[in-house]
Structures are given as structure tokens and as C-alpha cells.
Design a protein around this ligand. Structure first.
Ligand SMILES: Cc1cc2nc3c(=O)[nH]c(=O)nc-3n(C[C@H](O)[C@H](O)[C@H](O)COP(=O)(O)OP(=O)(O)OC[C@H]3O[C@@H](n4cnc5c(N)ncnc54)[C@H](O)[C@@H]3O)c2cc1C
Length: 396
């Protein structure tokens, strides 16, 4: 029997998306319980995971509204002023500049563990949020009146709505009978923070080389995050390299543009799989974050999409709540699904097409890659449109 302390929403997964949703619901006066398999101590002090997250202007605005942005250590937030794209051995560069579009930054880069830490701190202090660690959800039950999840030790939590935010490989999505389109790129991203001699000037570089892809992302100070993406069968070899040799390879592939490089943190690796859920909602059930849309990181949209989804779902649930309607009813969930699909699907498809083309080293693809870059260079409106997509037209 529900009472005034029962959750109105149960969220599975205290990743950055699930925690952001709990805070957003709290701000709308909705109670939630977040269930997470990791211990609470690990959520409060998450280890460095090598991911540096590029956030758009809209994502920053959502984080500001949630009180998460203010909790990020200011000296670890790095503005992204320019991006440069290169192909193969061509000297041609496709530039995207914040200043040319009248902005201070295209976006900001923040270490993922700092986002997780700040999201956890905000959720812990948010009224009406219950956080349970060491709790792996193993079953989902739904009836006309409620949805419930079960975990080890007889734990059961019921609410009008269950939201799964349990990663791109979401087990709870499967428990809800929702399938997903999965695209295994057969590639692995190796991420590593490097120290370097020269100033990076806030410029991110995406180098689509022939044997691997190298991204250099500007971090605070004279540090960058190097992302080496290569066929998965070669990842073990790169991971086993001594630090000095790894740094030397990145330095050499980057053409010494930032001078001497040294490894500043351990390497981490992520197999790359794009995921798009067939549906984002079902009766008394919704997906957010990577559980709904898991992006290839090359266009840096994964968590941005997670935040956009949180914003829209919280808005729709708040509207239903204000009107005294059932928050697990179909109407608010479908409104969320429609808007989130409209936002994410074109970029999901476009990103996958871009990855396929720029990781294809066969001769015709090489020609096409060069042609695409040359045409894009001749189309300043296209560059402006991409910059606008990151900044949302906002002035900052
Ligand atoms: C190399 C790399 C670079 C990236 N760069 C960017 C970028 O520049 N910009 C960007 O926007 N995004 C980027 N991303 C994507 C971003 O990291 C993800 O979109 C984001 O972390 C997803 O958050 P989430 O909360 O949905 O999922 P997760 O972070 O995967 O969290 C899921 C949580 O659910 C918990 N869980 C799972 N199963 C259960 C269960 N059964 N019961 C209880 N708890 C469970 C897990 O323990 C975890 O805490 C990048 C990703 C990678 C790999």
C-alpha cells in the first residue's frame, strides 16, 4: 500500500543519468528511490575512469538547473574553444570555432568521475531521494496499478513508474521486454590522460588516421585526454605498452603538435557498441541515459543525450503530477518518447554512418573521406550548423 513516503518513481542505476533524474524529480516534488549495484561509498568517491565528457551548452544548462554544475571542481572544467578534424595523411583541416560563431566555448570537458561525484552529492542532498547501494535489481514486475523491482535478500520496491538507467547493456530493459538495435563496431577506445609541453589552447583534435583514430581533447592545464580507437584485436597490445612508449606513439601520431608527452593517469579501455532501444517506454516503465541511447563517443553525445532525456522526462512527469494524474500513465511517457526520439535518432544514425566511413581504410573509402572533408571545408554554413548544434545558439 503506497503512503506519503513511498517512491513515486523507482530508478535502477545510479550512474550520471539515473542520479540526474532523481535530482530533477526532487525539484518537481516527486519522490524517488534509486537502486544501484555498487556500494554507496563507491558512488560518493568514484574512481577516475579515463573518460572525459564533452558537454554541450544545453547539457550545462541542465546541470546548472540541477545544482550539479556548481559542485564540479572549477579547476577541472576545461572550455572547448575549437575543434579540428583531419583525415588520413592529408594536411587539410576541417575547423569548428566557437569564437567565429560568437561563443566563448563550443562546450566544456569534464572528467566523468567528477560528474558522477557531483551528481551523487546533489542526489544525496535532494529531498525525497532514497539511495540504496549494494542492490542489484534482478526482476521487474508490472501490473495495471504499479511497477516493482526486486533485488537480493527479498528487497522489493514498488511505485507508479520504474525507470531503467542501468547502462547500454541494460538488464532491466530486457526484463521489460524491450529490445534494442545494437551495433558492435568491433573497435575499442583506449583513453588516457597525458601531460604535454605546449599549450593546447582549448583545441580538440579528431584525427581519422588509417590504422587507428586519435582524438586529443583539451583538459585543464597542460593536460589532454588521448582517445585511441582501434580494431579490438589490437587493443591488448596498446594497453600492454609501457607508459613511455604509449605516450611516444601518441606524440608521434599527433605530429608532435603539443611537444613532449608523458602519461599522467592509468589507461582505460571501452569496447564500442552503439545501442538504440526499440522503444523508450512501456506501461509503467521508461528508459533513460545509455539504456535508451548508447552512442559511439566520436561525436560526444552520450551523456548529453542522457541529460536531454532527463530534462524532458522530468518535465512530462511533473506536468502529470501537477494535474493530479498518474505519473506512470501512458500519455506523459509517450510525450517523452516522441521528443527524445526526434532529438536523438538523426544524430545516432549520422554518427554511425560517420564512424563507418572514417574507419574504412579501403581505397574508395579513402577517396570519399577526403572528398567529404574538402566539401565540408567549402561549406561554412555546415560548420556553423554543427557549432550551433553544440551551443544551441546560446551566447556564453
Ligand atoms: C570513452 C568514452 C568517451 C565518452 N565521451 C563522451 C563525451 O565526450 N560526451 C558525452 O556526452 N558522453 C560521452 N560518453 C558517454 C557517457 O560516458 C555515457 O553516456 C554516460 O556515462 C552514461 O550514463 P548512464 O547513467 O546512462 O549509464 P552508466 O554510467 O553506465 O551507469 C549505469 C549504472 O547502473 C548500474 N547498474 C547496472 N545494472 C544494474 C542493476 N541490475 N541493478 C542496479 N544497478 C545497476 C551500474 O552499476 C551503473 O552505476 C563517453 C563514453 C565513453 C566510453
Amino acid at each position: 500500500m503506497a503512503d506519503s513516503t513511498s517512491p513515486q518513481v523507482v530508478i535502477v542505476g545510479a550512474g550520471p543519468a539515473g542520479l540526474a533524474l532523481a535530482v530533477a524529480l526532487s525539484q518537481q516534488g516527486l519522490r524517488s528511490t534509486v537502486l544501484e549495484q555498487q556500494p554507496v561509498e563507491a558512488l560518493a568517491d568514484p574512481p577516475e575512469d579515463g573518460r572525459d565528457i564533452a558537454l554541450t551548452h544545453r547539457a550545462r544548462r541542465v546541470l546548472e538547473q540541477l545544482g550539479i554544475w556548481a559542485r564540479l571542481p572549477a579547476d577541472e572544467v576545461a572550455p572547448l574553444c575549437q575543434a579540428q578534424v583531419r583525415d588520413g595523411v592529408s594536411p587539410l583541416v576541417l575547423p569548428f570555432s566557437a569564437q567565429r560563431e560568437g561563443h566563448e566555448a563550443l562546450g566544456w570537458l569534464v572528467p566523468n568521475h567528477r560528474i558522477r561525484e557531483a551528481a551523487f552529492a546533489a542526489a544525496r542532498q535532494a529531498p525525497g531521494v532514497e539511495l540504496l547501494g549494494d542492490t542489484t535489481v534482478t526482476a521487474l514486475e508490472r501490473s495495471a496499478a504499479e511497477a516493482a523491482v526486486r533485488g537480493a535478500g527479498g528487497l522489493r520496491r514498488a511505485a507508479p513508474l520504474v525507470v531503467a538507467a542501468d547502462s547500454r547493456f541494460s538488464a532491466v530493459r530486457r526484463m521489460a521486454g524491450i529490445g534494442a538495435q545494437m551495433l558492435d563496431f568491433g573497435r575499442t577506445a583506449i583513453v588516457c590522460r597525458l601531460q604535454h609541453e605546449a599549450d593546447h589552447e582549448g583545441i580538440a583534435h579528431e584525427c581519422f588516421r588509417y590504422e587507428n583514430t586519435l582524438a586529443i581533447l583539451p583538459m585543464a592545464g597542460r593536460q589532454c585526454s588521448a582517445v585511441v580507437t582501434l580494431p579490438s584485436d589490437r587493443a591488448a597490445q596498446w594497453l600492454a605498452l609501457p607508459d613511455a612508449e604509449f605516450a611516444a606513439r601518441v606524440q608521434e601520431q599527433f605530429g608532435q603538435r603539443l611537444g613532449a608527452m608523458t602519461v599522467a593517469a592509468p589507461r582505460h579501455s571501452y569496447p564500442l557498441v552503439g545501442v538504440y532501444a526499440h522503444r523508450f517506454v512501456a506501461p509503467r516503465f521508461a528508459l533513460v541515459g545509455d539504456a535508451a541511447v548508447g552512442m559511439h563517443p566520436v561525436t560526444a553525445h552520450g551523456y548529453n543525450f542522457g541529460l536531454y532525456g532527463v530534462e524532458v522526462l522530468a518535465r512530462e512527469l511533473a506536468r502529470a503530477h501537477r494535474l493530479g494524474h498518474d505519473v506512470g500513465a501512458v500519455a506523459p511517457l509517450q510525450a517523452y518518447e516522441r521528443e527524445h526520439r526526434r532529438t536523438t535518432w538523426p544524430i545516432y544514425v549520422g554518427t554511425n554512418a560517420l564512424v563507418r566511413l572514417f574507419t574504412d581504410d579501403r581505397a574508395p573509402a579513402r577517396l570519399l573521406r577526403g572528398a567529404v572533408l574538402r566539401v565540408a571545408r567549402q561549406l561554412p554554413p555546415l560548420q556553423a550548423a554543427i557549432a550551433r548544434q553544440l551551443t544551441g545558439g546560446a551566447r556564453r
